[in-house]
Design a protein around this ligand. Sequence first.
Ligand SMILES: Cc1ncc(COP(=O)(O)O)c(C=O)c1O
Length: 497
Amino acid sequence: MESTDHFCTAAGTSAAAAAPRMALYAQLAEDIAASIRRGAWEKGDRIPSVRQLSRERGVSAATVIRAHELLEEQGYIESVPRSGRYVSDSWRQQTGATTRTAPTADPLTPLDPGEIVFHLLDSIRDNKLVRFGSPFPSPELFPLAALGRTLGLAAQRTNPWRTVEYLADGSLELRQRIAQRYVHRGANVAPDEIIITSGALEGLNLCLQVVTRPGDMVAIEAPTFYGCLHAIKTLGLRALEIPTHARDGVDLTALAQALATAPIRACWFMTTYQNPLGACMPSAAKRNLVRLLEAHDVPLIEDNVYAELYHGAKSPNLTKAYDRRGIVLECGSFSKCLSPGYRVGWVAAGRYARAVRRCKLMSSLETNISAQDAIAAFLRTGAYERHLRRVRRVLANRLAAALKSLDRHFPAGFRVVRPEGGYFLWIELPGSVRAVDLYRIALSRGICIAPGPIFSQRREFDHFIRLNYGYPWTAVTDAAVATLADIMRALMVKAAA
Ligand SMILES: Cc1ncc(COP(=O)(O)O)c(C=O)c1O
């Protein structure tokens, strides 16, 4: 009976004992209403039936019916005769709540430099922004429909035993196809040395865990990818920044000196189309880098996620091609060049393969098996190579358009090195313009850029920004460059006053 059906909260606490007890139907209605208010249900979603709710909550059908009546009165649900009860949004008018929108970052809050990267990653979720600050490639570059069909087929054909077959290492076919691609580029990598990961970021973190212990020193580039800074901090490591140039990459003289004088346990570098610089080390420098690290027996964790995105006719040489002793742990990914959301990457881990495999097993077991099969099929048919040729051409054209736009609009004094691959421009701002000021004002005008300090553990590079030129270059993007230029001029005038 309803009158005996009461909900009891935190039994035994004096506060609970003193609080009036809520009737069970009212508590059930409030649980559902609260989850609607918090966004777990959308308008039009069907709510569970009387029978289902009464079974799952262990209450009488009468309790559920009274809860439904209350929710209807309050405007949370409406019933459709002979169909069921559906979530309504009339409660918003009754309570004055606004429609739920995707969370966006507040553009004008004063920003702690360490927080800017999270602020930036929140901001780029807003699809009304011009996303010059995005780290992601433009989604229209990808053959998502064709890949989706391949994924559908792969999922239908999935052999249930694959969940155990693929444990830790991943699909043998995918590892073979990746190994074949290394041969094209002069590196000899066995499928056994490859571990498939959930994106390169997982691979990089696994490698760092395998080759270091808390307190160790890791040589990194300055500036560098913020994911590297974050991983080093999280694992309790110390970073030693090595100057890195926008054209030729890591300064090998500075690195040699650091290796001779500091207890460097590992290096984490991007030798091909470095993020944020766009730098690609010349082949001879890559070879010298590997020889130097061999001499000190220091492993190189190489983040190589942009290596396929060269704009010219010839692919750059891989550091892995000079690796005779298995000290290069190369982390690759399909995120930047084929399938951003599939989260499939790999590590070619050299002599650390066994340790990386064990670490993968203990951290995430394996990578999504259907996504691995879909990508393996895409590589098998040659569709991947055709797609890459198109993307490289498109990016080269967008780079030319972006450089033209900068030349046309930016105030004199800015500097940029033309990259040979990837989709980032590292721009030195003119005069006294600070990147963090430009970031905040630009965001309030609908333009997102990546300010230099997010790429440095000491928050340096405040006169630099990274600009993603990989999105379609249109009149809107050109106008956004003109707006950035206006903001810079205003900041220069203010600084001079
Ligand atoms: C330099 C660099 N490394 C790694 C990653 C992460 O790659 P994935 O998406 O494959 O995890 C990114 C993504 O922004 C990146 O820019």
